[in-house]
Write a protein that binds this ligand. Structure first.
Ligand code: PAF
Length: 279
């Protein structure tokens, strides 16, 4: 595996691979890698000749400077995991390499980016679109892999791909969970022992609500899930919405969509966790 810090060096390596007719798979990450990321890498490894994993904590997608500062950074351990996973290129650029000057681009991401995370974290998805579009332009992958834990992010990236005319396939990958159900996340390491012990209640409430939803409306189901999670110590739901899986717009009746998805954000102490469930 090559650890590459410069865009020109990565381009040269990938141009050479492309010239030999090899397909390229990109897994964009912010590092602090866990088995969720490694499942994306494994899928890319299966489906592509050359696998590139970017490890870059993108400042433009953090609307809270404290969150950016406290985001875990574990570059050496990340590179060891990527090497063991058979990755060809670990792309680990500096902020100056990715943003030699401020990125002032504003993407017209439309309604998918206006709800939920878009409403709670102004500018977040524009920052995601900025960095992911740069990564796509640099690597020109055939496929790019994203985890469904960030369900809305995938819809936003699809929209960005449409706007920018990138010719690639977005590959969504299922949420990876710990044995107790908690969705794997780089933020989980920030939970205290006591918070970590109650955090699986998020997935428990979501999973139980699938049965509940069969005899209740979306609004009743939302209230049920929120009460359930908020009854746990340390836990405060920021939002729970049931939306159409394509448009990400909230539904008021199950018949409005064939793909209802419940998306939740919960503060567990000061750690913001997200998860979702398909109904
Ligand atoms: O999902 C993430 O880790 C980030 O939002 C991404 C896609 C790597 C862009 O920085």
């Amino acid at each position: 595996m090559e650890i590459v810090r410069e865009i020109s060096q990565l381009r040269a390596g990938l141009d050479a691979a492309r010239a030999q007719g090899k397909t390229i798979g990109l897994v964009p990450t912010m590092g602090a890698l866990h088995d969720g990321h490694l499942s994306l890498v494994a899928k890319a490894r299966q489906e592509c000749d050359v696998v590139v994993v970017s490890v870059f904590v993108n400042p433009t997608q953090f609307n809270d400077p404290k969150d950016l500062q406290s985001y875990p950074r574990t570059e050496q351990a990340d590179c060891e995991l990527l090497q063991a996973a058979g990755v060809d290129f670990a792309f680990v650029p500096s902020v100056a390499e990715m943003y030699p000057e401020p990125d002032t681009r504003v993407f017209d991401l439309g309604p998918v980016a206006e709800v939920m995370e878009g409403a709670m974290r102004p500018g977040h998805f524009n920052g995601v679109a900025q960095v992911v579009s740069k990564l796509f332009a640099i690597t020109q992958p055939d496929r790019a892999y994203f985890g469904e834990k960030d369900f809305q992010q995938i819809a936003v990236i699809r929209r960005m791909v449409e706007l920018e005319g990138f010719n690639l396939e977005i590959v969504p990958c299922p949420i990876m969970r710990h044995a107790d159900g908690l969705a794997m996340s780089s933020r989980n390491v920030r939970l205290t022992h006591e918070q970590r012990a109650v955090a699986p209640a998020i997935h428990r409430a979501l999973a139980a609500s699938v049965e509940y939803a069969k005899s209740h409306t979306p609004a009743e189901t939302i209230a049920h899930v929120v009460d359930e999670i908020n009854s746990q110590p340390f836990m405060q739901v920021e939002y729970y919405q049931i939306v159409d899986g394509k448009t990400l717009q909230p539904i008021t009746a199950w018949a409005e969509t064939s793909e209802p998805v419940g998306c939740v954000t919960v503060f567990c102490g000061d750690v913001r966790l997200i998860d979702n469930i398909k109904y």
